[in-house]
Write a protein that binds this ligand. Structure first.
Ligand SMILES: *Cc1c(COP(=O)(O)O)cnc(C)c1O
Length: 377
């Protein structure tokens, strides 16, 4: 949310145009909260949530590991000080030459979810450790990850056996319960699936050691969310229930939960208008929209808290839209957003909880608008 440091920065620097300001103190607090909530799990920050070098350097110095989805992300993590043993290549869809490049850089932990991908890894990164991602149903997540990644647990068994037969080290199972997952029990079914795969492999003489429990930890938007501690308790309970005395090594990969609440976007009202004299909702156009970094408003999935200089005044529901000439660039219309009746052209608004999945989603120059500028303080 808007910390005093962010408010002071905006007041003194007065940056022109829309921009994101990230407070590193909040990232550090979040890292500490995850470490405390799940003291036995290693933290692999999901770089895609916000790859700003300052954030990666801070997390590297704090001892975080990194979940990377591409060679470029691996290089960013290494530039920030992470050694190759602290990096996992967590994307299940990789070009073979990118696997080879990661292998050359020393990365030795790879995600797979098919025998076809296993063959690439076996050729390009011989002897590497692989974990197989299993599907989850994504229920309870506000930004579900659908069926794009993972395979059913029965197939994961075949994938890992095949990996071992090709000279790779079958290491474990991963999953992602869906982003902005507000149900603290959402990990239970996937941990049960992981245990099932562990047992099946053990019967074939292969000892798995790692459960990668992914991300999904939420950030607070308009509704309260459970604490990191509550997630830790629930996940620990599930591990005990499904693994008993044979506790595996575990990893978590927070992205949104690590940086979401550390960032605030400053934006400006460009136009306030109506579509007809009798239009019940005013339209508020900001200088940032879906293509400037607010892509997660797609289907109105993520509803950001917005504060204005006129928050004491009476409110009315408004349609909120971005500045580009694309009719998809509407943020909230199906469920209009309450804003002060007095809100007017030129007012500055703060869009909170925008530290994750904003800068990386902003287009380079759609309609000539600059990509979202970021200040990390
Ligand atoms: C995106 C992603 C994450 C981070 O997810 P959040 O919901 O932001 O915590 C973690 N792991 C993998 C493999 C991902 O693709």
């Amino acid at each position: 949310m808007a910390t005093q440091r962010i408010i002071d920065f905006l007041a003194t620097r007065r940056p022109a145009g829309p921009c994101l300001v990230v407070d590193l103190d909040v990232v550090e607090e979040n890292f500490g909260a995850f470490r405390k909530a799940l003291p036995d799990s290693s933290i692999y920050y999901a770089v895609k949530a916000n790859p700003a070098p300052e954030i990666l350097r801070l997390l590297s110095a704090l001892g975080s590991n990194f979940d990377c989805a591409s060679v470029a992300e691996i290089e960013m993590a290494m530039d920030a000080g992470a050694t190759c043993d602290r990096i996992s290549y967590g994307n299940t869809i990789k070009k073979e030459r990118d696997v080879a490049r990661a292998h050359d850089l020393g990365v030795s932990l790879f995600a797979v979810d098919s025998v076809e991908e296993v063959e690439k890894v076996a050729r390009a990164a011989p002897g590497a450790r692989v974990f197989c991602r299993v599907l989850t149903n994504g229920e309870g997540a506000e930004w579900p990850l659908s069926r794009k990644f993972g395979c059913v647990p029965a197939m994961a068994i075949d994938v890992l056996v095949y990996a071992q037969s090709l000279g790779l080290v079958a290491t474990g199972v991963s999953f992602h319960v869906g982003s902005q997952q507000c149900d603290t029990n959402a990990w239970d079914a996937a941990i049960a699936d992981a245990s099932f795969v562990f047992q099946a492999l053990a019967e074939k003489g292969i000892v798995l050691t790692l459960v990668n429990m992914g991300g999904g930890f939420p950030t607070r938007y308009l509704k309260d969310i459970p604490t990191a501690e509550a997630y830790g308790r629930s996940i620990h309970g599930s591990l005990v229930r499904h693994f008993g005395n044979h506790m595996p090594e575990t990893i978590i990969e927070p992205g949104r939960g690590m940086v979401g609440n550390a960032g605030v976007i400053k934006a400006e009202v460009v136009l306030v208008s109506r579509k007809s004299a009798s239009d019940e909702n005013r339209w508020i156009f900001l200088d940032i929209g879906k293509f400037g970094g607010l892509a997660e408003t797609m289907d109105e999935a993520i509803r950001y808290p917005i504060t204005t200089p006129r928050d004491g005044d009476a409110m009315e529901p408004c349609v909120l839209a971005g500045p580009t000439c694309d009719s998809a660039d509407v943020l909230y219309e199906k469920k209009p957003y309450p804003l002060p009746i007095t809100l007017t052209i030129g007012d500055e608004v703060l869009i909170e909880g925008t530290g994750a999945y904003t800068t990386t989603y902003s287009a380079v120059a759609f309609n000539g608008f600059e990509p979202l500028r970021a200040y990390v303080i």
